[in-house]
Design a protein around this ligand. Structure first.
Ligand code: G3P
Ligand code: CA
Length: 342
C-alpha cells in the first residue's frame, strides 16, 4: 500500500528520537524533563540572601531559575527582600546609629519596615547573613571583608538578562509577590514585560511567578501567559487539584506538605509541583526527585544539581550524528511543506 508522503519520514524521525534519547533516564516530572534547580533567594546557603552576589553565585552554580521575593518601597519601587522588615538581613541597625534620618524610620517595636524606605535609602544599606540554619551555613564563598549589595527588582532582572547577553546561557527568574495587595503583582509583570529585555522573560523557560495569596495568583494568571505557582497548597484529590488548576499552572508546597498523593493529583490536573525549601541534605533532594517534583527551591543549588545528575544523568546534549539527522529531517519536512504549498 502506498503511504502518504509524511509517513515516509516516520522511520527517520524515530531514528532521530532514539538517537537523542539513547542516554536519557525516564524522569517522573510532568513534562518528562529533568526537575528544575531554583536558587531560593540566590545561593542563600552560602551568601547573604537576596544579595547581588548570592544571585550571581547561583547562576555560576548552574541554577535553572533564580528565586526572589518582591516588595514595593515608599516611592513605589520594586525591591528584593524576604522579610517585611530589614532587621534580620541587613545592616540597618548599625547604619541607623550614625544616620538619624534612617533611625527616624524605626517603628516603636524596633522594626524597620521595608515599605517605609525609599529605594535610595535601601541602596545605602548592605545585606547580611540571616542567623538561621540553611542561610550562609556554608562559608566557603563568604568574604567578610565584602559589602553584599542590596538588590532592586530591576537589578535582579538585569543580572539574569545581562548574564544571557554575556554567556548565551538562558537562566530564568522566579519572583514572588511577597507584599500583600495587587500592586506588587502588577510591578512584577511590568518588570518582566519591560521592552528593554526584548521579550526575554516572555520566552518559555525564562520566567515563572508565585504567591501564597489566591488573589495575587489569580491576578498573575489572568494578566500574563507566564506560568504562576500557588504556594503553600498540596491538593491530594483530583477535585482539589482541578480547583487550583483553575487559577494556577503549578503548586509550591512546603517540603512538609509534599506527598506522593499530592504529586499525582497535581500532575493529573496538569499542575507542576515545585516544593520549598531544600537545604544541604542530599537525601532530601533524592526523595523529592523520586516523587516526581518538577523543581526544587534550594538554598544550595550546587547540591540540587549534583543529586539531579546522579539520579537522572547529566543534561542531554544532542550528539553530532543526532544533529545531522535532525537537519536532514527538517530539510525533508521543509521539502514536504514546499510541495504542499506548491
Ligand atoms: O517561594 C518559595 C518559597 O520561597 C516560599 O517561602 O518564605 O521562603 O518565600 P519563602
Ligand atoms: Ca519566596
Amino acid at each position: 500500500m502506498k503511504k502518504p508522503p509524511h509517513t515516509r519520514l516516520l522511520p527517520f524521525a524515530a531514528l532521530m528520537l532514539a538517537s537523542v534519547a539513547a542516554h536519557a533516564t525516564p524522569v517522573p516530572t510532568l513534562s518528562g524533563d529533568r526537575p528544575l534547580v531554583i536558587a531560593h533567594r540566590g545561593a542563600s546557603g552560602y551568601l547573604p540572601e537576596e544579595s547581588v552576589q548570592a544571585y550571581q553565585l547561583a547562576m555560576k552554580m548552574g541554577a535553572d531559575y533564580i528565586e526572589g521575593d518582591v516588595y514595593l518601597t515608599a516611592d513605589g519601587k520594586a525591591v528584593m527582600l524576604h522579610d517585611g522588615t530589614l532587621n534580620a538581613t541587613t545592616n540597618v541597625v548599625a547604619y541607623a546609629a550614625t544616620h538619624p534620618e534612617i533611625a527616624a524610620l524605626r517603628s516603636a517595636n524596633g522594626a524597620y519596615d521595608v515599605t517605609k524606605f525609599t529605594l535610595a535609602q535601601l541602596q545605602q544599606l548592605s545585606v547580611t547573613c540571616r542567623n538561621a540554619n540553611g542561610y550562609c551555613t556554608d562559608k566557603s564563598y563568604f568574604d567578610p571583608s565584602l559589602s553584599y549589595s542590596f538588590t532592586s527588582y530591576d537589578a535582579f532582572l538585569d543580572l539574569v538578562y545581562d548574564n544571557y547577553l554575556d554567556t548565551g546561557i538562558a537562566i530564568g527568574v522566579f519572583p514572588e509577590a511577597k507584599q500583600s495587595g495587587l500592586a506588587v503583582a502588577e510591578a512584577i509583570l511590568a518588570g518582566l514585560n519591560n521592552p528593554k529585555y526584548n521579550g526575554y522573560f516572555n520566552t518559555a523557560g525564562r520566567a515563572l511567578t508565585q504567591s501564597f495569596n489566591a488573589a495575587q495568583v489569580d491576578y498573575l494568571n489572568a494578566n500574563s501567559a507566564i506560568p504562576v505557582s500557588y504556594l503553600g497548597v498540596c491538593p491530594t484529590t483530583a477535585a482539589a487539584a482541578a480547583s487550583v488548576a483553575a487559577i494556577a499552572d503549578g503548586i509550591g508546597p512546603s517540603t512538609g506538605q509534599l506527598s506522593a498523593a499530592c504529586v499525582n493529583a497535581a500532575h493529573g490536573a496538569g499542575l507542576t509541583v515545585m516544593p520549598y525549601t531544600y537545604l544541604n541534605n542530599p537525601a532530601s533532594y533524592a526523595t523529592g526527585y523520586n516523587l516526581g517534583v518538577d523543581g526544587v527551591f534550594t538554598n544550595f543549588p550546587d547540591i540540587a544539581a549534583n543529586v539531579r545528575d546522579q539520579i537522572f544523568g547529566p543534561a542531554e546534549v544532542p550528539e553530532p550524528q543526532s544533529l545531522a539527522l535532525m537537519g536532514l529531517g527538517l530539510a525533508g519536512i521543509a521539502g514536504l511543506t514546499r510541495r504542499k504549498r506548491g
